[in-house]
Design a binder for this molecule. Sequence first.
Ligand code: ZN
Length: 484
Amino acid sequence: MIHPRLKSANRLLAGLLGPLLGCTAFAQPLSPLNFPDRVRYDGQMLVQVELRSVRDLMLVNQISDDCWSHSAGPAIAGGMGTLDYRMDAAGLRTLREAGMTCRVLDPNLQRTVDEEAIRLQGAGDGRFGPRGWYDDFKSPQQVSDFANQLIAMRPDLASRKNFGLSLQNRDLYFLRLSGEPAPPGTSKPIVLLNSVQHAREWITVMTTMYIAEQLISGYGVDSRATQLLDDYEVLIVPIVNADGYAYTWTNERFWRKNRRQNAGGTFGVDLNRNWSFAWGSDNGSSGNGNSETFRGTAPFSEPESAAMRTLTLDNPGIVLHLDVHSHGQLLLYPWGYTNQPAPGIGALSKLAVGMRQAILDSGGVPYLPGQCYQTLYPVSGGSLDWYYGDRGILSWTPELRGPGFAPPPSTILPTAKEIYAAVLWLAENFCEADFDQSGFMDTDDFDAFVYAFEEGLPKTDFNHSGFVDTDDFDAFVAAFIEGC
Ligand SMILES: [Zn+2]
């Protein structure tokens, strides 16, 4: 039960929240224009190429190492589909001379970056338009300030904590949101959301911050937000790749990796190839420091991915996880490292299809659900596989809307809203006691639990204590009897 006085305070706060967020001035106008040493993209364009064969793919990979699309488009006439690459005019000419069909999606990436920088400069005066904080993309400092504002509005619901330092000593932080506490002796299941493992995917930060705001401002006002925070704790890491994200604001808009100085004078490890599960394969990552998918010198060699691992192990109640990326309008599930189906793929797929429908029902655009390996491309050492394969946590990678990594700012709010709808649906439709996630409870769930329990699998830590013991068995039986 929520105390009636708290309820009315909630309403008051919710009434204040909108206007407050609409007129708060931020300290510094931060725009990429303030940094004259920015990397330029003169002569660079974004090109969609139609792949007819593996030979085409090899040719395009010789021309560009920077694949932007997170989805091979539908295969045309027996081909392999389409992919978007950053390249110059000479590269485009080579592909066309080889008979490949290419479509220029953005003829002038420098102009796009310049237009965005000028726009952000204008937005730095602290005044917001009709979409409030979501009018335009936000710098690391602006994201941090907003997180503090949200917490200040409801310190009873929300808190913030650092969980590590980036390579360049930036604080890594998460928000913890929770309504009613769990009954004594029990703990609530946890939903973990993180964004921007890849620095240039700016829309993902806006989206997880929107979810934080909706849950905080909606608690006690909106029944779904209230229920979610009463049933679960929600952990949100808005910026995993803290150095990379800062770097995209100051130096190089389309930087993807972290800022590790590798041997040989190259920079950056792809954090989403640095997780220990199936780490090290050349199919889905690279051992070359120059590559956009460089996996690092060892699993969890990078402080940012290692800190995420520690955060996860410190919170054994995590049952659902979304690692938010852009772009491609996809809802990916394990595995990324192999085309073999993951055990329990039926449940992963069913919940992805449910999220897709929830997005559509909320007025959003279609998201394609699918196994990461086939739907996106091979990813080895990714967090998706680690959460599911190593920890037994149901995990998805939504790839949000584009186009590109600098979409028009009008894209931000609709994207954030549809992903919030997906998160609500997921939390409402997940039931821990339905252990095999079949959608209904029967003796198979009991058998599946007993089997996993005997194997000592982490997902049988049913009371979320951090270890598996007979209390977990008792907790499962109690939940099983209670039903979903
Ligand atoms: Zn990404």
